[in-house]
Design a binder for this molecule. Structure first.
Ligand SMILES: [Fe+2]
Ligand SMILES: [Fe+2]
Length: 165
């Protein structure tokens, strides 16, 4: 393993080993990928993209990526009927920030918070404020769009339709 991998692991380790974060191994993100794997993939994409850019706070961007989908419950199992604008795609960024404040407050700063809160732009209409938050939003799409093979799967990606049974 090269030095960069150690740096990445050192940033993510204290968060991913937390029992509450470990539960995300059992939360489905899209198709059969867990929220745990998805979040670490996004964090690694962000890490690689920011590594040699001195204008990016790599640690904040990576933590923002790790926590961007740290919402409360597995949305794919949620059977409650909700109005359109209360569906997962529209509300989970705010939920993820609230939940991060409960479990990982000591890792938050304005950049990390913005990475989490704004990652669903343009579905959530407010754009990211920092370079790091743009990066998380792009990396999230890069990882999530792997499942986007057909226009019919777009509602699943944006979180307004669950996986096909
Ligand atoms: Fe998300
Ligand atoms: Fe995501």
């Amino acid at each position: 393993m090269n030095k960069d991998i150690y740096e990445f692991i050192n940033i993510i380790k204290p968060i991913i080993k937390h029992p509450e974060y470990q539960k995300r191994k059992h939360y489905l993100h899209h198709e059969n990928q867990s929220v745990y794997n998805h979040s670490i993939h996004v964090a690694y994409i962000v890490f690689k993209m920011s590594k040699n850019n001195k204008r990016i706070d790599t640690k904040s961007a990576v933590i923002g990526a790790l926590l961007h989908d740290f919402y409360y419950k597995p949305w794919q199992d949620d059977t409650e009927k909700r109005p359109f604008f209360k569906q997962h795609g529209f509300v989970h960024a705010k939920e993820a920030l609230e939940n991060s404040k409960i479990y990982f407050k000591e890792y938050l700063n304005p950049i990390v918070e913005n990475c989490i809160l704004r990652h669903m732009f343009p579905l959530n209409i407010h754009p990211p404020k920092y370079r790091e938050a743009w990066l998380v939003s792009l990396a999230d799409k890069k990882d999530s769009l792997k499942i986007f093979k057909h226009p019919k799967s777009l509602p699943k990606y944006i979180g307004i339709k669950k996986r096909l049974k």
